[in-house]
Write a protein that binds this ligand. Structure first.
Ligand code: ZN
Length: 228
């Protein structure tokens, strides 16, 4: 925490409530996923969290944030010049690019690695590509999910050309063929783009289903996946 940040908040507090003593203040930069700042009063202490994206902001911006947050806490009007200064800074190109970058790293769609603790998704893909597709499919970005989601076991995202596999498959107790079946299914999505039949989206069409049956242990794999 910048010492000056605390002083800025103390000063802004004195300006807005000149007749009351400044309460204990705790101010910290916090890694929110986007530009977010919070202020709370708890047990007579004021707790402030400033987005760490603003850590390098000039002092005038920090003063503007301090003013806005203190005003918010006491439901006082916000001085337009402070509001404008803060808005202008957040809207500035440099900051929005930084937010975008951090979102990519922290957000849901962060691109993780194909290398898990047990399995390497690139290897699994290349192997299946040779065995079932004559090596003809271009390998998309293969990535393990960040969390251990059970509702989203695997998924092909055509917009990002990415196959995401839930980390619950990156375990020794999961047989390789089970993970292979899951990746194979996603590879069929790669091969058979979603078609529109009238207005209905056809995700697992007849050809898709026929080809899925070519995977040797499809039923056993499905059974194990249901039990995971
Ligand atoms: Zn599917």
């Amino acid at each position: 925490m910048k010492a000056s940040l605390l002083h800025i908040f103390q000063e802004m507090h004195r300006r807005q409530r000149p007749r009351s003593p400044v309460p204990d203040l705790m101010v910290e930069f916090f890694p929110f996923a986007n530009v977010n700042n919070t202020i709370r009063l708890r047990d007579g202490r004021i707790l402030v969290r400033i987005s760490d994206l603003l850590e390098t902001a000039p002092e005038s911006v920090l003063r503007a944030i301090a003013h806005i947050l203190v005003a918010k806490l006491y439901r006082k009007p916000i001085t337009p010049s402070h509001a404008a200064r803060y808005r202008q800074y957040v809207a500035s190109h440099r900051l929005s690019a930084k937010v975008h970058l951090i979102r990519q790293m922290r957000g849901r769609k962060r691109i993780a690695s194909p290398h898990g603790d047990v399995y390497d998704l690139d290897q699994i893909f290349d192997d299946l590509n040779q065995r079932f597709f004559h090596g003809l499919l271009g390998r998309p970005q293969m990535t393990w999910s960040q969390d251990h989601a059970r509702n989203h076991l695997g998924h092909f995202d055509p917009a990002h050309n990415t196959i995401v596999v839930s980390r619950i498959f990156d375990r020794k107790k999961v047989p390789r063929f089970v993970l292979e079946y899951l990746v194979y299914h996603e590879m069929l999505h790669l091969k058979h783009p979603v078609k529109l039949k009238g207005t209905r989206r056809c995700v697992h069409g007849a050809e898709f289903q026929a080809e899925e049956k070519l995977f040797p242990q499809v039923e056993e794999a499905k059974r194990i996946i249901r039990a995971l």
